[in-house]
Design a protein around this ligand. Structure first.
Ligand SMILES: Nc1nc2c(ncn2[C@@H]2O[C@H](COP(=O)(O)OP(=O)(O)O)[C@@H](O)[C@H]2O)c(=O)[nH]1
Ligand SMILES: [Mg+2]
Length: 226
């Protein structure tokens, strides 16, 4: 769970994540990414043996927070869960199903954007544009590239060598998986976008960066692939 200045939501997000009935043992690795609000105090009060809190003294970005979590995670599989309550951790057992019954190794949660759950028209169009670009570049038919629910073996994530420190990691992870011929298995999930006032931070610039990263991953020479 990457966390940056989420004092209003991180307490509930952790509680919800721990309250789910998982079909396996879990560890919740929370990375406080240099928050300047009271996030660190809230995380410091957590008292559950399944939780591990790691602190970045300075803010580095969502991608960097996930890199830290993946380096420290002790389990076999990982899934990213944002701390902003836009996603519902109750969906995680459903993401695990295709893994547990041997149908998939990489599973993505696919958001269906509805009127009450979408941030804005242009936000949804931006998401669709980035996903469509990946589909054209890699000749596939993914439904939702920017989803935070990306479940895969921890060893696979580490082997991708993701460099993006910010939101570009979503495109980089997906481009690297597709480049290796790995097609994420998609499972529908629920989603409710927060508003700018509630803390939503992604902007159109992140969409442009995602397009650039996808192009880079598609054209990267195989010999130097990472
Ligand atoms: N914006 C932002 N989010 C970060 C950072 N580091 C970790 N995160 C976390 O990454 C997750 C996704 O970020 P968020 O701002 O919700 O993205 P958005 O909802 O798509 O605008 C949240 O749990 C953030 O707390 C960072 O440097 N910036
Ligand atoms: Mg979010």
């Amino acid at each position: 769970m990457p966390v940056f200045n989420e004092e209003a939501r991180v307490g509930d997000a952790v509680k919800q994540a721990l309250g789910v009935d998982y079909p396996c043992e879990i560890e919740l690795v929370v990375v406080d990414d240099g928050s300047r609000d009271s996030t660190a105090e809230i995380l410091g009060r957590l008292d559950d043996p399944r939780v591990r809190v790691i602190i970045h003294p300075r803010n580095q970005g969502k991608g960097a927070a996930i890199r830290t979590a993946a380096a420290e995670a002790g389990g076999d599989y990982m899934v990213i869960l944002d701390a902003d309550l836009e996603y519902d951790p109750k969906d995680i057992p459903r993401l695990l199903e295709p893994v547990l019954d041997g149908r998939a190794t990489v599973v993505y949660g696919n958001r269906s954007f509805g009127s009450h759950s979408s941030f804005s028209f242009w936000y949804v169009m931006g998401n669709k544009a980035v996903t469509t670009a990946a589909n054209v570049l890699f000749n596939c038919y993914l439904g939702d590239l920017e989803t935070c629910f990306k479940l895969m073996p921890v060893s696979l994530y580490r082997s991708l060598g993701v460099r993006s420190r910010g939101f570009g990691m979503e495109a980089e992870v997906t481009g690297k998986l597709l480049r290796r011929g790995i097609r994420p298995y998609e499972v529908p999930i629920s989603y409710r976008a927060r508003t700018r006032e509630e803390g939503k931070k992604i902007t159109w610039k992140d969409g442009v960066e995602a397009l650039w990263i996808l192009g880079r991953e598609r054209t990267r020479p195989r010999a130097g692939k990472r």
